[in-house]
Design a protein around this ligand. Structure first.
Ligand code: ADP
Ligand code: MG
Length: 712
């Protein structure tokens, strides 16, 4: 099935044709009459550089403008259109030092209305509003001191314009310098440039959902009659969402095929090292760990390239699985790199693996940014010579000086912390490298599909057996005294405690101040027992404090969110999170994962500021009711307060114009299945529907994908 994707470079008349069809849509906004370079620059602030972008700029609201047959039938503050006769002009007046604006009195035979203008040069109004003539005016109707008035009408024109000024208008988000009316007009003109595109959806799908054509759908969205027309579940919106997600799925599948046929290499381990380590471990692997290990090894042994994700909650035991896979590569004669997002984590992985590596004489190295140059040179040398088998490190691994003798396998911890480019750079340090990413941020299946397509995933659902559940409680900050009493008791028992201070509006220095404050209060209460770590500390200081906490010479570790990922202190059993309402579910879940790693009972205390808003309240309830990361991820998807989606912001989720990952889940599944069916029928998109789908791909900027295909 995969062989079909070999690219054949050939001139392709059809591609030329499809790009021609789309060219009106892809032409710059200046193609619209009245849009010059100045307006174009403003439109760019709205993300609009082409006609298509304008059509993609969706209204978020509607405004109803009514024709009122008589002035007195209009309601204050209502947007109305009136037919009136111009009675007379009242020029500027200075009255007690105040400037009275220019006014034009109009009437409908029964009542009169004043049009108000704040303009230094009212001459044009004389021509626009000729005394004695009948005109159509439209704007917001005001009642002021018992008088009817309209300030700066949106419209003044001949009677023939009446029909244009009643009905429903779309309301768009604006940028400074562009008025609503102007933007409405520009977007309306964009329609006149909009070509009829051949239908790319099957008649089956169109019928199943009773959808209009692409052009009709997009037009409808911009000409709403009622608020429901802007609803995410309106058929027109759904059709466009489906178009978008179908193009996304087609492109993901095509790209994935491309990656799979790109040559990988078979790493054959003989399990000799693995067996030794497995025997020496003080525990046996869980069923999930065994299954994940098998899945990963199967990929590594196959000749195609592995790109796999290992998903498992904090503490589910990903590290040992990854290490066993590394041994597989080492057995096969290759070097391995593990890329960690922070120095603390790199060190921690190094420490953990060091013990295991010793058992089997695997040579392990650590490379972080702040190494002395002598140490660094030695590591560069050893990597190039192949005397280091496994290198653990931070971004430092990506620098050009790092060369490997024979790199065959990369493990990336918390992959969402790294950009695509960084991952790519590392994988360029060897040929056809197998990649395993690990994440403790569970991604709901639908988002997974939309983001990565069918990226192979292995899951660790169960926790290692001896784990006790974590007890989670919530308490308002006003009950701090009780917290301190509890803390005293816990310290007396010998517990170790994390105290996490809140994020303050993304400002590191404010965070720090809050953490320092908390540190001094606690220090005063419990002298010699409190430590503080935060992002600004030098790594040695941070390391020393961490070490003191691990050894137990300090018992309370006050921290900003630097402890968020992966830190492992087995006997820490309490975590207190201050202003928990300010954290997202993903963060809370990760933070809570710092505890419950040993065999003692653990407690998570979420301190919140009363009163809670409903979303924050639900978040804390979710935290109280479950510790299952996958469940929490699903709940988060449902709540999605303030645009925050569990881990997705960072995991490279593409942004969509029409598709909404929550409202359109069913469409995503449908599109995923349809894309698979389409490509298995017509792998090169050269059949009749295939060709129109090429247009769809280009329309949604997935044209790049087409280079993987044989020409039509
Ligand atoms: P993760 O990286 O998924 O957060 P770790 O790999 O750090 O989790 O594992 C947490 C702890 O659990 C480690 O001390 C590890 O040695 C231990 N562990 C891993 N697998 C098991 C198992 N099957 N049984 C008992 N303990 C385990
Ligand atoms: Mg980990």
């Amino acid at each position: 099935m995969l062989g079909f994707l070999l690219t054949i470079k050939m001139s392709n008349p059809f591609l030329y044709q499809t790009s021609n069809l789309l060219s009106p849509l892809l032409s710059p906004v200046t193609a619209i009459e009245g849009v010059g370079p100045a307006i174009a620059r403003l439109l760019q602030n709205l993300g609009c550089t082409t006609i298509r972008d304008l059509l993609w700029h969706l209204p978020y609201e509607i405004q109803i403008r009514r024709f009122s047959p008589a002035i007195k039938l209009a309601c204050p503050n209502e947007l109305i259109t009136l037919q009136v006769r111009v009675v007379n002009h009242l020029p500027f007046l200075k009255k007690k030092g105040r400037l009275i604006p220019y006014r034009v009195v109009c009437s409908d035979n029964e009542d009169s209305i004043q049009l108000i203008f704040f303009t230094p040069n009212p001459n044009y109004l004389k021509k626009l509003l000729v005394v004695g003539s009948d005109v159509i005016i439209s704007g917001r109707f005001e009642v002021y001191n018992g008088h009817f008035q309209m300030t700066h009408p949106d419209h003044i024109g001949p009677l023939s314009t009446k029909n244009l000024w009643e009905g429903t208008e779309p309301i768009y988000s604006l940028t400074q310098g562009i008025h609503q009316k102007t933007l409405q007009k520009i977007i309306k003109s964009a329609f006149t440039k909009c070509p009829n595109l051949p239908e790319w959806l099957s008649s089956h799908i169109l019928k199943k959902y009773s959808w209009l054509s692409w052009k009709e759908a997009i037009q409808k969205i911009h000409t709403p009659f009622q608020l429901e027309d802007l609803n995410l579940n309106h058929p027109c919106r759904r059709r466009l969402a489906y178009d978008e997600i179908l193009s996304n799925q087609l492109s993901l599948i095509l790209t994935r095929f491309q990656a799979e046929i790109s040559q990988g290499r078979a790493l054959h381990g003989d399990r000799r090292l693995q067996q030794k380590v497995l025997k020496a471990l003080p525990f046996s692997l869980t069923q999930d760990q065994i299954k994940a290990l098998e899945e990963i090894q199967r990929d590594m042994t196959s000749s195609s390239r592995m790109v796999r994700l290992l998903q498992g909650d904090v503490g589910s035991g990903k590290t040992i699985v990854a290490f066993l896979c590394m041994l597989h590569a080492v057995e096969a004669g290759y070097q391995v790199a593990l890329l960690a997002p922070t120095e603390i984590l790199a060190r921690q992985h190094f420490r953990t693996m060091e013990e295991w590596a010793k058992l089997v004489n695997v040579r392990l190295g650590l490379l972080i940014g702040k190494d002395t140059s002598k140490r660094r040179q030695k590591i560069f040398h050893d990597l190039a010579e192949g005397t280091i088998d496994v290198i653990v490190g931070t971004h430092a691994l990506i620098q050009p000086e790092v060369e490997f003798k024979k790199l065959g396998f990369i493990v990336i911890d918390e992959q969402h912390r790294f950009g695509v480019e960084q991952r790519f750079k590392l994988s360029e340090k060897g040929e056809n490298i197998d990649i395993l990413s690990m994440t403790a941020t569970p991604i709901p299946r639908t988002l997974m599909l939309a983001t990565f397509g069918d990226l192979s995933s292995s899951y660790l659902y169960q926790k290692p057996a001896h784990r006790k559940d974590i007890i989670t409680k919530t308490l308002p900050l006003s009950r701090m005294e009780e917290v301190i009493i509890g803390l005293k008791r816990a310290l007396h028992k010998g517990d170790k405690i994390y105290w996490v201070c809140p994020l303050i509006e993304e400002s590191e220095s404010l965070d720090l101040a809050a953490a320092e404050d908390r540190f001094s209060t606690l220090q005063a209460l419990f002298p010699q027992q409190v430590g503080l770590i935060h992002g600004r500390l030098k790594s040695q200081e941070r390391e020393a404090t961490m070490q003191a906490f691990i050894e137990g010479s300090i018992k309370i570790l006050v921290a900003t969110t630097v402890i968020e990922v992966g830190v492992h202190v087995e006997d820490a059993s309490i975590i207190i999170i201050e202003h928990a309402e300010r954290f997202g579910l993903a963060q809370l879940h990760q933070l809570r994962g710092r505890i419950g790693r040993g065999s003692q009972e653990s407690y998570c205390l979420l301190l919140y500021n009363d009163p809670l808003n409903p979303i924050a309240k639900s978040r804390l309830n979710v935290m109280r009711s479950t510790t299952d990361g996958f469940k929490i991820a699903e709940e988060d998807l449902k709540l999605r307060g303030g645009g925050e989606i569990f881990g997705i912001k960072q995991s490279g989720m593409p942004s969509f114009t029409f598709f909404d990952p929550i409202a359109h889940q069913d469409l995503l599944i449908q599109a995923h299945e349809d894309a698979q069916a389409i490509l298995s029928r017509d792998p090169h998109l050269i059949g009749p529907q295939g060709q129109t789908l090429r247009i769809l791909l280009r329309l949604f900027e997935k044209g790049q994908t087409l280079t993987y295909l044989k020409s039509a």
